[in-house]
Design a protein around this ligand. Structure first.
Ligand code: ASN
Ligand code: ZN
Ligand code: CA
Length: 331
């Protein structure tokens, strides 16, 4: 049990939880159990939990705070810290102890592949893999919402297990975007307070956004019969848009300095109830009511059941959830 100093890429100078080993320290989180390893540029498809090299350091001061750093520990600082933030969000918000709620930590790899501009979760290796970005505009894929997104894939697998195609696949992706963003709001880091932009630090200006998902040129704002034919990262737009409307409401607003303007699909005006309540509802829907084949209509029913359990069937919260689904054409 030791406290290291990290010069991170995305959140400035921070402390990280490390473990004393012979001759120094390692990136093993002593309380949460996760470990951070260098994949040594091996491709994601070739990695297993035993691959790579556990990061070690003699003085417990890690990284140089630079993007595209030549110090391989820099991305590891972000990965290690952001995995801890995600763990703590789930623990302190939902009393969930780790991805499988069994207290076990995951393995986190940085420097996966060569110019791999992506990150992913693997159930089989119980690990997260992160690439170094494209080497030009996108730095290492270890920012907080990205890490929260990928770890949430593990949570979804362990709970509703939403099948990764069609509408259930879009709901799986939306779930990762939603909780990835909630981890950001939870951490409230001075340099990156919560926003409704996904992967805005590692894929600037952003990869996806919640207020009007179609601004990415691919994602859906509104449900339609064909929405399940889209890539799961684009059919997720309906769920992300619902989350924004239920949390913040329709129209223009600024949150933590970022401006949004969210339209509704049915011309209605929606009033939000705040993202913490919506996340509570979504977590209960995911863990109690959704199954592997839940579609958008089923997600509406699941979240209304969850809202009824948590706040009551005549509550403002229940009505806001219903109004937001109607506003994205899910009835
Ligand atoms: N970063 C992507 C995701 O988690 C990787 C993938 O497409 N599975 O969605
Ligand atoms: Zn994903
Ligand atoms: Ca973000």
């Amino acid at each position: 049990q030791a406290t290291g100093t990290g010069h991170s890429e995305y959140t400035g100078d921070i402390t990280i939880d490390t473990t004393a080993v012979t001759g120094g320290f390692s990136l093993k989180d002593p309380t949460r159990g996760h470990i951070t390893k260098d994949a040594n540029n091996v491709a994601a498809s070739s990695l297993n939990a035993n691959s790579g090299t556990l990061f070690t350091d003699t003085d417990n001061v890690w990284g140089d705070g630079k993007k595209f750093s030549t110090d391989r520990a820099t991305a590891a600082v972000d990965a290690h810290a952001n995995t801890a933030w995600t763990y703590d969000y789930y623990k302190n918000t939902f009393n969930r102890s780790g991805i499988k709620n069994d207290g076990k930590g995951a393995t986190v790899f940085v420097h996966v592949g060569t110019n791999w501009d992506n990150a992913q979760w693997s159930d089989s290796c119980f690990c997260m893999m992160t690439g170094d970005g494209d080497g030009v505009t996108d730095p290492e894929q270890v920012d907080l919402d990205t890490m929260g997104h990928e770890m949430t894939h593990g949570v979804t697998s362990a709970t509703a297990n939403l099948r990764y195609s069609g509408e259930s696949g879009g709901l799986n992706e939306a779930t990762s975007d939603i909780f990835g963003t909630m981890v950001e709001f939870y951490a409230n880091n001075a340099v990156d307070k919560g926003d409704y932009l996904f992967s805005d630090q590692s894929t600037p200006p952003w990869l996806r956004r919640f207020d009007k998902p179609s601004l990415d040129g691919r994602s859906a704002d509104c449900w339609s019969r064909k929405v399940g034919q889209l890539d799961v990262h684009n059919s997720s737009g309906v769920g992300n848009h619902w989350f924004f409307l239920a949390s913040e409401g329709s129209g223009a607003r600024t949150v933590n300095g970022v401006s949004y303007n969210s339209p509704t699909c049915n011309g209605s005006t929606v009033t939000g109830i705040g993202n913490q309540k919506v996340a509570n509802i979504w977590y209960r829907a995911l863990t109690v009511y959704m199954t592997s084949t839940t579609d958008y209509k089923g997600a509406r029913a699941a979240s209304l059941n969850a809202a009824k359990d948590l706040y009551g069937a005549t509550s403002t919260e229940y009505k806001a959830v219903a109004a937001a689904w109607s506003a994205v054409s899910v009835s």
